[in-house]
Design a protein around this ligand. Structure first.
Ligand code: MN
Length: 228
């Protein structure tokens, strides 16, 4: 039996220092997971359980592919995030077992059409056009947890054209990676190949074509992504 249209390449991430690829199933993202960023977006970080949204797996782009500025927006923001890649699945996973699911970590960008997202929030509508657009998930190579361990603290930062924009520390996550997996797996059965973008620290802001973003997570790596 054949397929009735041509099949496409499975979205995947490179595994660092190897010729291997990590096939990507789904991309979950955590909203407002650093207190200072929640405040800069106008929310009280103390009263919110974690919430999630998604991007399609084919929104991933490598450093080399860069970030093409999207249509229909005049205010596209960078959000540097620690990305968790699941090598195993599970549902209703307790936080003390959650690290067992993790294959590795990467540095990613949750690129956001902030103007569209703002209009959708105001209208009580879904965020897809603001968050899940084409190429909205630049992401670096995966670092296996077997090699780097599970980072619980360390600087997370982003510069644009060499100028500091975002800075924070992984220890400031409102919902830690294990707690995030516990909450997410209560809502969805998690599967091997799922990614979780864990939220962004304060300092989000706009980019324009020609900008160069450098995103760093201490202990995980650094990516350089050009806006075209
Ligand atoms: Mn984000």
């Amino acid at each position: 039996m054949g397929t009735v249209i041509a099949t496409w390449e499975q979205p995947s991430l490179a595994v660092a220092d190897s010729g291997d690829r990590f096939p990507v199933r789904r991309i979950f993202c955590v909203g407002r997971n650093y207190a200072e960023h929640a405040r800069e977006m106008g929310f009280d970080p103390d009263r919110e359980p974690p919430f999630f949204f998604m991007k399609p797996a084919d929104a991933l782009r490598s450093e080399a592919e860069g970030f093409p500025y999207p249509t229909q927006s005049e205010n596209v923001h960078h959000e540097v995030e620690l990305v968790v890649a699941l090598g195993k699945g599970g549902k209703e996973v307790a936080k003390d077992r959650a690290l067992d699911l993790i294959y590795g970590y990467a540095v990613g960008l949750d690129m956001t059409r902030r103007d569209l997202q703002g209009a959708m929030k105001k209208a009580g509508r879904p965020w897809e056009a603001g968050k899940a657009f084409d190429a909205s998930a630049p992401c670096g190579e995966l670092q296996p947890a077997a090699r780097i361990g599970h980072p619980k603290s360390g600087r997370i930062s982003l510069t644009v054209n060499g100028e500091a924009r975002q800075t924070g520390d992984l220890s400031e996550l409102i919902w830690s990676v294990p707690e995030t997996i516990e909450h997410l797996s209560a809502l969805f059965e998690l599967k091997p190949g799922d990614l979780i973008f864990t939220g962004t620290p304060a300092g989000v802001g706009p980019v324009v074509p020609g900008d160069v973003m450098v995103a760093t997570v201490e202990g995980v790596g650094e990516i350089t992504v050009k806006v075209s």
